[in-house]
Every structure is written in structure tokens, then in C-alpha cells.
Ligand binder design. Structure first.
Ligand code: GLA
Ligand code: ZN
Length: 678
């Protein structure tokens, strides 16, 4: 299959727009069209939850209201990102065809309600979705406002009905070539007498039943992934048949682990995600939120190695956390710039106008219940709209990275599922530590998974790479052999892709040779407990927390730091092994951030990476996009304080973008930013 690609030629500023909630108040819709240009909107996403307005009774269709909105959008020169409405269903459908209603892992069928609760296997729903999407595509195929398809909304969750059970069994039959012995072997079912004699005996994991066969849990998640992809492709069929030139996306969530989002990427023309960082909780929290947001942007960019869309974000606040704070002045613009800096070609909102009732009536929106444009939020949004208009040249530009952090979905499932070690496991948190250390160097960083090619990188950080799959061990060896710097940590290479432990020593699959050591035991620390590491060369000490693995380096493997406490004081804690042209670091514990910052700086220097800014102060985010020989440097201040930066030598001839002014020194106020063009 050829990977699908689409690049925007201008930056999108848009919002989820739900005129179907206001059809009985046409004056409100008139006002929307008056205010769109005032807010600098050039796009709207329509119809996401409109099924009941489109098909109020089975087979009775009502598209006229949408025709009218589409026409008005075209007249206003706006681009429509048209949704397929499968994210929620009319009540008549669930009453008549209860097979669509999801069954929980406790085997209870849901009642009608909320949204995102359909069975992806239901033949009726698959048929209905095909029909509905075909009707939409036929009707708007040639419509001048149609810009992109927004398929469904935030695919999520799983169903355990009989249809899904049978589909799971068929999936397993295919994976294990109809051989139940092969399945028993891979799932290690001789433990606790768990062996199966036929595929028909298998049931999906459940809190009320089997939940401890780790190989089965992984296979279930992989099945749910394939089922989600299959459903997405069913939705796409009529769209691609009738509108082959209109790009297709589906908006994904940041850290939802229900299915492996990476598997959808090759089938989408453009990635899109819904970004809701938790701002305003304090100075340190804002800096952390900025790192996490940057990480997610980088991941969605890396999933296709091309620009993506921020399909949703809030112009002010959200309504689903225990504490829902406003974005403080400046943060809306800064977070919008951050998205663009990391490869987004859009800033879009949930939503244009606040709902009058139901769950989301107090979720932030561009237009408040007040209804007018003279609000702080509207002013913030308009400013971003005007800015995106001026930054248009950035659209479609690339992000070139020589460093990557490997964060693998399936590895995360396996780590969360294992019994032992400690809780919380801190996989994501540890990945953030390594990512943060690289970002402090002002360099672009890709966020990749175990299937991504490593060829273009000089540094690959692969923390807690517990499960090895898809030939990653071989590729890591090739990467290091060719001169790359690889960073591994405790807990690496313990299980294969079916969650069977490697025999003969960890890390498995030849990584012992690459790292130059064997990992023998894993000790863990309580939340407040610390061990320390001491650098063997200079004697400097750093705190270490949570994990202390006992490793035994082989001859030739350099010991960079040792533990200082407990019976393993003096044992190796951080090592470096030369491997052909490159090197492999192994960090057997979780050292404090300053240690990682210093280590990555040294590695990057040795790799000759271009780091014009040196090590950045905390809270400063720098990202670079480039197109046709022009580079755009985005320098952003999340530190909550004024920051000054000297202009590096190689950027002296750059100009402030878009204004074109010269710059001697960078002075960033609180939530300030500057874009330089070189
Ligand atoms: C999700 C959904 C939206 C809306 C927002 C609220 O991202 O896709 O429909 O509910 O959350 O934050
Ligand atoms: Zn089902």
C-alpha cells in the first residue's frame, strides 16, 4: 500500500461548528457568519454529531439544513472539514438494532446514550455508516466548500459482544495459522492450567474472568486496533471512491491507549489530534504541560513525518477535569504558536459557540452564551487568526530531526500489564525525562515507535524498551553499528512481542552484546525513597529514584557511574559500550533530570549536532521548521518569567518573522515568543 499524503497550502484556523444545535434560532446562525471573519476563521468542522438531524427516522433524510450551511460557507470563502456522524447515533437506531450497543468487558450490554458507544463489528452499523457516508459524499462531492473529511470522532473503546468475540477468535485463527498449540505456546498457557483445546473456547479478557494471560491481553488490544482500522476503512470507502481528491483524517486523542494509533497513520492523508494541555496550574506545571504538549505534537508529526492538524483545542477552558482553569492572558497565543512550531498546520477549536445545554455548556468556546464579540476570549482568538494569516508561508514545511525518542504503544500495554516492579510504572514519565533532556538542547526531536526507520538519526533514546517487537533489536544494532548513539535504560529487552520472557539473559535478542552487559535483578524504590549514583571520573553525585537494576558490565564496557547506597553500592549504574562505529549507553536507574540533561548534551556534542542555543533555560521551547531552504525558528517562553537569550552567531542574519525586523537580543516576556526566519 502506498502511504497517503496531504499537505495544506495555508494554515487553517477553524472550529467545530454545530449549527444543528441552533436551527430553531436562525438569527444565531446569521450572527455566526458575521463573526467568522472577525475571528479570523477560515475553516469550520461540521456535522460531527449530526446523525439525528440528517436521518431523523430510518431512511428519512434531511440534508437541507446542511446544504444551506455548506453554501454559506462557500460564499464566505471558508473551508469545510466535513464530518461523518458515526460518533453518536439517533435513539431510533439503537431501539431497533440493539446489536449496535456496546457490551462491556463484564458482558453487560450498554443502554442507549452518551456517544462513542457503538460496536465496531455490528453488520447493521457498518452498513449504515457506509450508506450515510456515501450520501454525504454524493451530495457534496463537487461542493466548493468541501476541503477535508473528518471521519467519526475520537475513535475509542472496545466491545465484548458475541460478534466481537467471534471476530477475535477469527483474528487469532489467522494469527496462529489455525494452530491452537501455537497459540498455547505463545500465551504460555501451561501456567495455572490455562491451555485451550480449541479457538472456540477463547473469550476476550474480562475483570470477571481471564485477565492475566498477558499474551492474550496484547492480542486483544491488537485485535481492537485492527477492528478500529477496519471500521475506519469502511467509513473511508465511499469517501475515497467518490471524492478521491479530498483528504481524509480522523481526530485522535493525545494519550488514549485503547488501540495503537500508529496503525491508522498510513491510511490517513493527514494526522489530526485534539490537544488539551492542563494550563494555569502553577509555574512548574505550565512548563511540564508545555513539554507534554510538545511531545504529543512531535508524536503526531512523526507518525507520518509530515505536518498535522490540531483538530481541537480550547480557546479558554475545558469542562472535564476536576479543576478547569482559564487560559491566562498570552497562553492562548503561545500554545497556538507552539503547535505550529512543532509541525501543526492548523489551530482549531472545540468549539465555535457554547452549547446552550447538556454536558458541554460550560466548555470554552469562541462565542460565549453572551453572544457577542467584545470578550477577552474572542479577542485572543482573533489575534491568533490574524497571526496565522501572516504565518502562511510556514504551511506545509518540514521538521528535520536528528534525534528521536522511542515511545511505543504496544510496549506501554505490556509494561502496564506486567505484574511486579512497582506502580506507577512511570514509562511515560521516564520517556518525558529523556525527551526533556533533548529538548533542552534546542534541537528538533521526533517521537517514534518500534516500527519507525532509524536511518536518519544520530541519537535514539529508547527508555524502558521492555518489549521488543518487529525486528527493533536488529535495527537498534544496525543504528549503533553505523555510528549512532543509543540510550537504553533499566527494564530493556525482557519480553518478546507475545510477552514471553527471553531466556539466556536480559536484555534479549542480542542487546546484551550491544549494551555490553547483562541485567540480572530489578530492585525498586518506594515513592519518596532515593538511591544515588556517583560519576566514576569526577565523583559528582546525583539522586536516583524508583528503579535500581543490577547490571553486570562485560570487559570493555565503560562504567560511567555507580550506585552509592544499599548492598549494591559500587555496582555499575550507568555504562557506555562502544559498538562498531557507534555506542550504547545503559542507564540502570532513574537519575534526576540534571544528570540526563548533562549526558544528552555531551552525547549531542560528540555527535556534532547543530545546537546554536547551547543548553536552554527551563521553560524555553525552541523548534525549527523549514521549507525550500528557508528556516523558521520558533522561540517560546513557558517559564512564567521574563527570559533573555543571546542570538547565536549563525542566526545573526536572521529576521523577525513575519515583521522582518532585525534582532540583537531576544527578550521574551511571560508567555512571550519570537519567530526568526533565516
Ligand atoms: C473531545 C471531543 C469533543 C469535545 C471535546 C471537549 O475532544 O472530540 O467533541 O467533547 O472533547 O474537550
Ligand atoms: Zn461488539
Amino acid at each position: 500500500m502506498k502511504e497517503r499524503q496531504f499537505r495544506a497550502s495555508q494554515l487553517i484556523h477553524g472550529a467545530d461548528y454545530n449549527p444543528d444545535q441552533w436551527l430553531d434560532m436562525p438569527e444565531i446562525i446569521d450572527e455566526d457568519f458575521r463573526l467568522f471573519p472577525a475571528a479570523g476563521m477560515n475553516s469550520a468542522t461540521i456535522g460531527i454529531f449530526s446523525w439525528n438531524r440528517l436521518e431523523p427516522q430510518e431512511g428519512v433524510y434531511c440534508f437541507e439544513w446542511l446544504d444551506d450551511i455548506m453554501d454559506r460557507m462557500a460564499d464566505a470563502g471558508m473551508k469545510v472539514i466535513l464530518a461523518t456522524p458515526s460518533g453518536s447515533r439517533p435513539v431510533w437506531m439503537d431501539r431497533k438494532y440493539p446489536e449496535i450497543l456496546r457490551v462491556s468487558s463484564e458482558r453487560m450490554r450498554n443502554l442507549h446514550g452518551i456517544r462513542h458507544n457503538h460496536c465496531k463489528q455490528s453488520p447493521y452499523y457498518r452498513k449504515k455508516v457506509r450508506e450515510m457516508n456515501r450520501l454525504l459524499a454524493e451530495r457534496y462531492e463537487k461542493h466548493p466548500a468541501l476541503y477535508m473529511w473528518h471521519v467519526s470522532n475520537e475513535y475509542q473503546g472496545e466491545c465484548h459482544c458475541e460478534l466481537c468475540q467471534n471476530a477475535f477468535r477469527d483474528w487469532l485463527r489467522r494469527k496462529y495459522h489455525n494452530d491452537i498449540h501455537a497459540l498455547n505456546h505463545e500465551w504460555c498457557t501451561d501456567v495455572w492450567s490455562h491451555g485451550f483445546s480449541s479457538f472456540d473456547e477463547i473469550e476476550s479478557p474480562s475483570e470477571r474472568g481471564e485477565r492475566l494471560i498477558h499474551g492474550m491481553n496484547l492480542d486483544w488490544r491488537r485485535f481492537v486496533t485492527d477492528q478500529t482500522l477496519e471500521f475506519f476503512l469502511i467509513e473511508c470507502e465511499p469517501l475515497r471512491e467518490l471524492t478521491p481528491d479530498i483528504p481524509v483524517t480522523t481526530n485522535l486523542m493525545g494519550q488514549n491507549m485503547d488501540f495503537n494509533q500508529w496503525k491508522l497513520a498510513p491510511h490517513m492523508d493527514m494526522m489530526s489530534w485534539d490537544s488539551y494541555p492542563e494550563w494555569s496550574m502553577g509555574r512548574q506545571q505550565d512548563m511540564d504541560a508545555a513539554i507534554e504538549a510538545a511531545f504529543c505534537h512531535d508524536r503526531f508529526r512523526s507518525m507520518k513525518m509530515q505536518p498535522f492538524l490540531v483538530m481541537e483545542s480550547t480557546p479558554s477552558l475545558i469542562n472535564w477535569r476536576p479543576i478547569n482553569k482559564l487560559k491566562k492572558p498570552g497562553m492562548h497565543e503561545l500554545s497556538a504558536v507552539q503547535a505550529i512550531a512543532h509541525g501543526a498546520d492548523s489551530v482549531q477549536y472545540f468549539q465555535w459557540r457554547k452549547c446552550r445545554g447538556e454536558a458541554e455548556k460550560f466548555h470554552g468556546a469562541v462565542i460565549d452564551h453572551y453572544g457577542k464579540a467584545d470578550t477577552r476570549v474572542f479577542a485572543d482568538v482573533s489575534r491568533v487568526g490574524a497571526l496565522l494569516g501572516k504565518l502562511g508561508a510556514v504551511a506545509g514545511s518540514d521538521t528535520v530531526s536528528q534525534a528521536a525518542v522511542l515511545y511505543d504503544w504496544e510496549n506501554s500495554w505490556a509494561i502496564e500489564d506486567l505484574q511486579g516492579w512497582r506502580s506507577p510504572r512511570l514509562y511515560e514519565d521516564t520517556v518525558y525525562q529523556h525527551y526533556r533532556a533533548l529538548r533542552r538542547l534546542g534541537i528538533n526531536v521526533d517521537v517514534i515507535d518500534e516500527e519507525t526507520s532509524l536511518d536518519k538519526y544520530r541519537i535514539v533514546a529508547a527508555p524502558m524498551l521492555y518489549m521488543l517487537r518487529n525486528g527493533i533489536a536488529e535495527r537498534l544494532k544496525r543504528f549503533a553499528a553505523a555510528g549512532g548513539s543509543l540510550i537504553l535504560t533499566y527494564g530493556t529487552g525482557e519480553v518478546n512481542e507475545n510477552d514471553l520472557c527471553y531466556l539466556g539473559g536480559f536484555p534479549g535478542e542480542g542487546l546484551m552484546e550491544l549494551a555490553g552487559l547483562r541485567a540480572e535483578e530489578m530492585d525498586v524504590l518506594c515513592d519518596e525513597e532515593k538511591n544515588h549514583i556517583r560519576l566514576t571520573q569526577v565523583g559528582k553525585e546525583y539522586d536516583a529514584d524508583s528503579y535500581c537494576e543490577l547490571i553486570y558490565p562485560r570487559d570493555g564496557c565503560e562504567v560511567l557511574a555507580v550506585y552509592t547506597k544499599d548492598f549494591y553500592a559500587g555496582n555499575a549504574a550507568v555504562t557506555r559500550n562502544r559498538y562498531k562505529e557507534g555506542e550504547c549507553f545503559y542507564i540502570a536507574t532513574r537519575p534526576e533530570q540534571v544528570f540526563l540533561d548533562a549526558l544528552y548534551e555531551q552525547i549531542a556534542q560528540k555527535q556534532g549536532m547543530d545546537m546554536p542555543w547551547g543548553r536552554l533555560p527551563e521553560g524555553i521551547d525552541i523548534a525549527v521548521r523549514e521549507k525550500a531552504g528557508v528556516k523558521y525558528y520558533f522561540i517560546m517562553n513557558f517559564s512564567g518569567e521574563e527570559v533573555r537569550l543571546a542570538i547565536p552567531e549563525e542566526l545573526k542574519s536572521s529576521r523577525v518573522f513575519p515583521d522582518g525586523g532585525c534582532v540583537e537580543e531576544i527578550r521574551l516576556g511571560k508567555s512571550g515568543y519570537v519567530i526568526l526566519r533565516l
